[in-house]
Design a protein around this ligand. Sequence first.
Ligand code: SF4
Length: 338
Amino acid sequence: MPSLTSCEAKSRYNVIYVEDRAADFPVTRTILQKNSGATVIRIRNYKDVFSRPRQNTIFQKQNPSLILAVKTEPYLYPGPDVCQNFGFDAFYYSNFLLNCPFDCEYCYLGGMYNSAITVAFVNIEDFRSSILDASQKHERMLLALSYDTDLAAFDGVYSYTNEISGWLREMPSLSVEIRTKSANIGLIRNLPPSASLVFAFSLSPQSVIDRYERHTPGLESRIRAVEAAIDIGHPVRLCFDPVFTAAEFQADYDLFFETILHRIPAEKIRDVSYGFFRMNDSFFKRIAKNRPNSMLYLDEYEITDHVVSVRSDLRESVAARHLEKIFAHIPKERVFVL
Ligand code: SF4
């Protein structure tokens, strides 16, 4: 299994496809300079590679390639109902990347795309002006930056987070969330703390990480990253999502919540999100076909309004047990349960 270092390394990609129109962008030049050993292949349009049928996504995850492309509109999408809006009146997400350096078994991306190749969009000025326009129309706007990826895990290749952090000064109504499983303390130290930039750390028991979150840092590294972010003064969100209800994990969850909530001072945590594994039913069926040996996709679920989710009786009993522990440390109004 590749280590965290290899996932976030500067030269992780052996092959980099470059769209003709992306070739002259500064982001492209920076990434190619950092990956000078990669084979570079020019392409007409990223979809010629990314969207072609019958790709072996498991192989692609083991042998990662990168596509540098120019995105066309839209640059912002409305946040979906299955995600928390944390009380903001406008909630959007943005895709600077398609796909993710990590490889979580429960991730819906495997059901969404034909390909596991990462696409990085290089026309960041178009994103900036679209985000600026939207932010001027709302009093309080939340932008999720890691909705379809883990942007912080890509930081060693190109620091979109650094670019976006610089935009916050001209967009006072904007708050951004960098949700991550990464333990990139360099990034945490580099970004100036701002009330408008929240680091949202996804945390799970080590047994869940080992089972489902391939290529991600271990729990201890993530806790250290949380501690570093708090020390530096970044607003910090803890994300216990997705939670799994299998009986074999429950003792680990008990110990996990006790450890996290004793080790990380509650008053330093802005808020907490908590939710169970859930997925659009068509993505679920597609991933189940591609991962025939995954026990996760062989389990029994409920389907409501095309969303596959854990049975409601299990959700209630497991959530009651976990939330009791969380509420003992964090006031209910700072805990968002989905
Ligand atoms: S870190 Fe998030 S986006 Fe990346 S593979 Fe895991 S669940 Fe998917």
